[in-house]
Write a protein that binds this ligand. Structure first.
Ligand code: CP
Length: 312
């Protein structure tokens, strides 16, 4: 097993071999009828700490942890001593003292987990931090494409919508070029970086250009909760939203992904969500296997007292 980082904050924390290892393990886990594991020395204890709302990430980790046979702790920030002023670092050290092996953290503060990298208080997986990164979402998105036999090599992967506030967008930009994809960012200028010096990334404000050039379309919700004083875009859906009609009119089968939650009628219409082009439901289903693989990989590495043995 390749050395895994103790803190997985960013896609940049994994090398390509580790990424491929996680994707292969996720595929194996998905195709097993029995995903039970046994632990000869100790049953790992895993906590999730969601300091910001979540449906998909939180529950898929919870299910993944349970399928792996680990003990699950749902750390509730609202009733915890964080509310008495305890720092996140002291909280994580306390969980470590209690025997927790790994904590999945979601926070609204970008880069909040960076401070733990030098001296990790506990193993950490980033479940999404502010506008910075959402590495597990990006990995499960690529896993979903691979599971559908959709190659990324030489393909144009368009990320459409509120790009500057999207943590998964930022993780995808790091991940996709490693699979040979070119990234096309689309949206109004308010939601896009001004310039990019990255040769793998181009920017467009034209939906027609997206429909012509994109091989894969990834739609993003407008993250108004992170906008501060940014003015909302009038009639967004008319210029930047996507409908089933637009996709059906193309001479190609364009896969459409969305990390969720979607704002139906804004960036995507309901007919498109219900169509054969939409992989959003598969993304959710695959998230369990990808997160199982990631948790297993993080736990196995460097933890001599934790050995996973497949029940045969
Ligand atoms: N994709 C995603 O992070 O969704 P949740 O906010 O529901 O976890």
């Amino acid at each position: 097993m390749e050395n895994f980082p103790s803190v997985l904050e960013s896609i940049k924390d994994l090398n390509k071999r580790q990424i491929d290892g996680v994707l292969n393990l996720a595929h194996k886990l998905k195709n097993r009828s029995d995903t039970r594991f046994s632990f000869p020395n100790k049953t790992p204890i895993i906590a999730t700490s969601f300091l910001e709302n979540s449906t998909r990430t939180k529950h898929s980790f919870e299910i993944a942890i349970s399928k792996l046979g680990c003990t699950y702790i749902d750390f509730d920030a609202e009733t915890s001593s964080l509310k008495k002023g305890e720092t996140l670092k002291q909280t994580l050290l306390t969980l470590n003292d209690q025997g927790v092996d790994l904590c999945v953290i979601r926070t609204s503060v970008s880069n909040q987990l960076s401070e733990f990298k030098e001296q990790p208080p506990i193993k950490i997986i980033n479940g999404g931090d502010g506008t910075n990164e959402h590495p597990t979402q990006a990995l499960l998105d690529v896993f979903t494409l691979i599971e559908n036999n959709i190659s990324l090599e030489g393909k144009v992967f368009c990320i459409a919508g509120d790009n500057i506030h999207s943590r998964v967008g930022h993780s995808l930009i790091e991940l996709l070029p490693q699979f040979g994809a070119k990234v096309l960012l689309f949206g109004p200028k308010e939601y896009l970086p001004n310039i990019t010096t990255d040769k793998n990334i181009t920017i467009t404000h034209s939906r027609d250009e997206v429909l012509e050039k994109a091989d894969i379309l990834y739609l993003l919700r407008i993250q108004t909760e992170r906008h501060g004083n940014l003015k909302s875009i009038e009639n967004y859906s008319e210029q930047y939203g996507f409908t089933l009609k637009m996709i059906e009119a193309l001479n190609k089968k364009l896969p459409v992904l969305h990390p969720g939650p979607a704002n139906i009628g804004v960036e995507i219409c309901e007919e498109l969500i219900n169509s054969k082009y939409y992989l959003g439901h598969e993304q959710v289903r695959n998230s369990i296997y990808l997160r199982m693989a990631l948790v297993q990989s993080m736990l196995q590495n460097g933890a001599k007292n934790i050995g996973f043995e497949e029940n045969t």
